[in-house]
Design a protein around this ligand. Structure first.
Ligand code: SF4
Ligand code: SF4
Length: 286
C-alpha cells in the first residue's frame, strides 16, 4: 500500500493570527509552479487557505473558535468528475492537482467543489485551489508552508498508508468536513465539535441568608431521553459547560448537586448553545 499525504488540523489550538494565510499568499501570489499551479492573483478574494470563525454560547459564556479551511484533497472528488480532458487529477500520494493548462476555460470545475475551495482566476480563466504545497513536498519537504508558519502547532502533515490513517482518525477522534457528502477528504480535524456542536452553560450559586456565593465543585449531570450524555464540575466561579451536544436535538434535563442542596431544570436545545442563567442550589426545581 502506498503512503499518502494527510493533514490534521486542531481547531482547539487556532487563535486566528493568520500567519498561515499569509504564508500561503507568500508562496503562491505571483509565483508560477509549472505542472502544479499558476500564480495566485494579488488582488481579489483568493483564499486558498482561509480561517473560518464560529461563535457559540450566550452572554456571559461566549466562545469564539477559528478553523483553517482549504482544498480537502478528496479521494472521491466532485471536481475531478466535473473536469474534462483530465484537467483535475488525483496523484498516487493522495494530492489533487488542478492542471493550470488543461483546466483553462473550465469554470464548471470551480462550481463543482461543494466546499467552495476552488477560486476562479478571471485573468487567466482557470480554476485554482491550494495544492497541498505539492511542489515543495516533491522536493522533499515534510511540512507545508502553513504548518511551518503556525506558532501554535495547529497543523500536522503526515504521510502514511490509508489503513494507518484510519487508525489515527479513530484513536484521536478526528473528523472530516461534511462527511455526508461522501467526498472522503484527506484533511482531518481534531476538536471539530467546537465548530459543529452545541454546548450548554450555566452558573451555580449558594444563597445563605441573602448572600450569594459561587458554588465551586458542584456536580452537574445532563440527561437526554433518560440517558446521561454529559457531566461537569463547576469551577471556582460556579460556572460549567457541557459540550458536544447535537444541534436541534430537543429536550434535556439538567441536575446540579452541591454541598448546600440540589437544583434541576429542563431545556430544549435548538441550533444555538444556551446559557441557562444563575441556578441557586436548594431552591425549587423549575
Ligand atoms: S475540496 Fe473541492 S477542490 Fe478540493 S478535492 Fe474536494 S471537491 Fe476538489
Ligand atoms: S497560523 Fe496557526 S494559529 Fe494562526 S491562524 Fe493559522 S492555524 Fe491559526
Amino acid at each position: 500500500m502506498a503512503k499518502k499525504w494527510n493533514l490534521i488540523v486542531d481547531v482547539a489550538r487556532c487563535d486566528n493570527c493568520r500567519l498561515c494565510f499569509l504564508a500561503v499568499k507568500d508562496e503562491y501570489v505571483g509565483n508560477d509552479f509549472p505542472g502544479y499551479s499558476a500564480a495566485q492573483p494579488a488582488q481579489g478574494q483568493h483564499k486558498w487557505l482561509d480561517i473560518q470563525r464560529k461563535e457559540r454560547g450566550a452572554y456571559p459564556l461566549v466562545q469564539t473558535r477559528f478553523m483553517p479551511v482549504m482544498c480537502n484533497h478528496c479521494d472521491d472528488a466532485p471536481c475531478i468528475k466535473a473536469a474534462t480532458d483530465g484537467a483535475v487529477r488525483k496523484r498516487p500520494d493522495g494530492i489533487v492537482i488542478i492542471d493550470p493548462e488543461k483546466s483553462k476555460g473550465q469554470k464548471k470545475i470551480a462550481a463543482a467543489c461543494p466546499y467552495g475551495a476552488i477560486f476562479w482566476n478571471e485573468e487567466k480563466q482557470i480554476p485554482q485551489a491550494w495544492t497541498f504545497d505539492a511542489h515543495l513536498l516533491d522536493e522533499g519537504w515534510t511540512r507545508t508552508r502553513a504548518e511551518q508558519a503556525c506558532p501554535l502547532n495547529v497543523f500536522r502533515t503526515i504521510q502514511v498508508e490509508d489503513g494507518e490513517m484510519q487508525r489515527i482518525q479513530v484513536e484521536e477522534g478526528l473528523e472530516v468536513l461534511r462527511p455526508e457528502l461522501g467526498t472522503k477528504p484527506r484533511i482531518c480535524y481534531k476538536n471539530l465539535h467546537m465548530i459543529t456542536k452545541c454546548f450548554v452553560a450555566g452558573t451555580v450559586v449558594t444563597n445563605a441568608d441573602g448572600v450569594e456565593e459561587c458554588a465551586a465543585g458542584a456536580e452537574v449531570v445532563l440527561t437526554h431521553d433518560g440517558r446521561e450524555v454529559g457531566r461537569a464540575t463547576t469551577d471556582l466561579f460556579g460556572e460549567f459547560t457541557i459540550d458536544r451536544l447535537e444541534p436541534g436535538s430537543g429536550g434535556y434535563h439538567l441536575e446540579v448537586t452541591g454541598s448546600s442542596g440540589r437544583f434541576s431544570t429542563q431545556f430544549d436545545l435548538g441550533n444555538e448553545s444556551p446559557y441557562l442563567g444563575v441556578m441557586t442550589l436548594g431552591t425549587t426545581s423549575k
